[in-house]
Design a protein around this ligand. Structure first.
Ligand code: NDP
Ligand code: GUA
Length: 485
């Protein structure tokens, strides 16, 4: 049983037009704790009709919201940020119960997400336009930026709070209104955010949360409804491609934050202890379930043995368990299907000659637990070279030259995050420029924060979240041409 200081944060209905709403059908879904299989809550499971009502409410609320001054909107976002920080313990408890990550990581996620509200409450004031030199004396050219309009989002289960915060913060700051559809496995964090939004003074209809297990129907309404002018998605590349195609009919503005296949390269001049530390946090955070997790670890021949030894020792020391227990560093995976998927990738690699260095695999701790694993002797014929592992498995590859490392790192359709460790300034520039990725961590395994532009290239998506660039995804450019001057 989940014990909260503020039990009001645990909601079991969708939040539409400022009202807590049951599903029209009366359907419900169970939110299950992956650490022990207990039902955390049974909540209303809505569909396309409720989504349409949320979109209409967001459209009705839009004129008044965009008419507020940026300072007025900023104040509400800042109050929302403060309330999230005040409730961080409860929000983290809800997050760990529905998602499984250790409590310390859950708290970090809540703060990380809230930081986007703080950042964009300020950045809204700097959505400047332009004055452009005219082609003739009697003309003036001015560029203004205006909110795109009603924005719909679909987000995944791996960051149930921060992925919504990262999208709703720039949207509301810019003057857009918003409908969130969280993953049906982890809707409670989203609903708790809605409780605090209301308390912060976000007007009815400006932020809506629709929860439902028929994600296809909800997604079809969001991507097909012409009132929605902007669609933003974080999740798998396969689903992102479908949703992007669905948005084509009404030419919506879109942002897509999709899968990754991050290389993590350790050169022979690297500080090996730092590289091991970086690789551990980068790979095993959230039990390996982030789109920026190291997916392929490339180690230069001269330091391979030493790195493999130190890294495997650090991995074997990681404490796995229920995320609410003291000292736990790796929690359960999201569900037993995810464990099966990871097992299949490891079985494929081992059948083709990879070695399981620490005998990791499915654990008897519970059906969602997978022991952190290190594989050596891995090569590009194995499935896990091409696919996002999304689990606590680190494959170690070896390479001899800088050119070979860059070539192998870029040999993927993905282009989200990449990492490398080196102390050579020339190499740092060459490799950073040669990696075909939206983000490069250099001697650093954690790169996400609200001040930096998060996003990918190639099939990892489009658009940027955070930083001064992030608000542009929610603004349209309007050009004013004044004649007869
Ligand atoms: N880039 C990233 O951060 C993420 C990448 N992934 C990758 O994807 C794999 C599968 O994870 P999974 O959770 O299934 O990711 P999905 O892409 O399937 O799910 C992400 C979100 O999309 C929704 N969704 C799924 N199918 C549709 C659809 N047809 N129309 C509209 N919405 C839809 C889901 O809803 P619901 O859950 O309610 O079905 C969820 O809210 C992972 O193993 C990982 O490799 C996963 C999550 C995040
Ligand atoms: O997995 C994702 O989609 C986002 C990762 C966020 C982070 O790096 O904190």
């Amino acid at each position: 049983m989940l014990k909260l200081n503020n039990p009001d944060l645990l909601r079991k209905q969708s939040y539409i037009n400022g009202q807590w709403a049951d599903a029209d059908s009366g359907n419900t879904l169970d939110v299950v704790n992956p650490a022990n299989g207990e039902v955390v809550a049974t909540i209303a499971s809505c569909g396309a009709d409720e989504t349409r009502r949320a979109i209409e409410a967001a459209n009705d609320a839009w004129p008044a919201w965009r008419e507020l001054t940026v300072k007025e909107r900023a104040k509400i976002l800042r109050d929302w940020y403060n309330l999230i920080i005040d409730n961080v313990d409860d929000l983290a408890a809800i997050l760990t119960a529905e998602q499984g990550k250790p409590l310390t990581e859950a708290k970090t996620e809540i703060t990380y997400g809230a930081n986007y509200l703080e950042w964009f409450s300020e950045e809204a004031k700097r959505a400047y336009g332009d004055v452009i030199a005219p082609p003739s004396k009697d003309k003036r050219i001015v560029v203004v930026k205006q909110p795109v309009g009603v924005t719909a989002s679909i987000t995944p289960w791996n960051f149930p709070s921060a992925m919504i915060a990262r999208k709703v913060a720039p949207a509301l700051a810019a003057g857009c209104t918003f409908i969130a559809k969280p993953a049906s496995e982890t809707p409670l964090s989203a609903l708790a955010l809605a409780v605090l939004a209301e308390k912060a003074g976000v007007p009815k209809g400006v932020f809506n949360v629709v929860v439902g297990k028929s994600s296809r129907e909800i997604g079809a309404e969001m991507t097909g409804n012409p009132l929605v002018r902007k669609f933003t998605f974080t999740g798998s590349t396969a689903v992102g491609k479908q949703l992007l195609a669905q948005c084509a009919d009404t030419i919506k503005k879109t942002s897509m934050e999709l899968g990754g296949n991050a290389p993590f390269i350790v050169f022979d001049d690297a500080d090996l202890d730092e590289a091991v530390k970086g690789a551990i946090i980068c790979k095993y955070r959230n039990a390996g379930q982030t789109c920026v997790c190291a997916n392929r670890i490339f180690v230069q021949e001269g330091v391979y043995e030493e790195f493999a030894k130190k890294f495997t020792a650090a991995v074997s020391a990681l404490k796995m368990g229920n995320g609410v227990e003291e000292g736990v560093e790796v929690g359960p995976m999201i569900n037993s299907g995810a464990v099966e998927d990871v097992k299949a990738l490891v079985d494929d690699a081992v059948s083709k000659g990879a070695k399981n260095l620490n005998d990791g695999g499915p654990s008897d701790m519970g059906e969602c637990f997978y022991t952190p694993t290190v594989l050596s002797g891995v090569d590009d014929t194995m499935q896990l070279f091409k696919e996002e592992i999304f689990g606590p498995v680190a494959p170690l590859y070896t390479f001899s030259t800088e050119e070979e490392a860059i070539r192998m790192a870029n040999d993927t359709e993905f282009g989200l995050a990449s990492y490398f460790y080196s102390r050579d300034i020339g190499r740092i520039w060459r490799v950073a420029e040669g990696l075909e990725y939206g983000m490069v961590g250099i001697n650093e395994g954690i790169i996400s924060n609200e001040m930096a532009p998060f996003g990918g290239i190639k099939e990892s998506g489009s658009g940027r979240e955070g930083s001064k660039y992030g608000i542009d995804d929610y603004l349209e450019i309007k050009y004013l041409c004044m004649g007869g001057i």
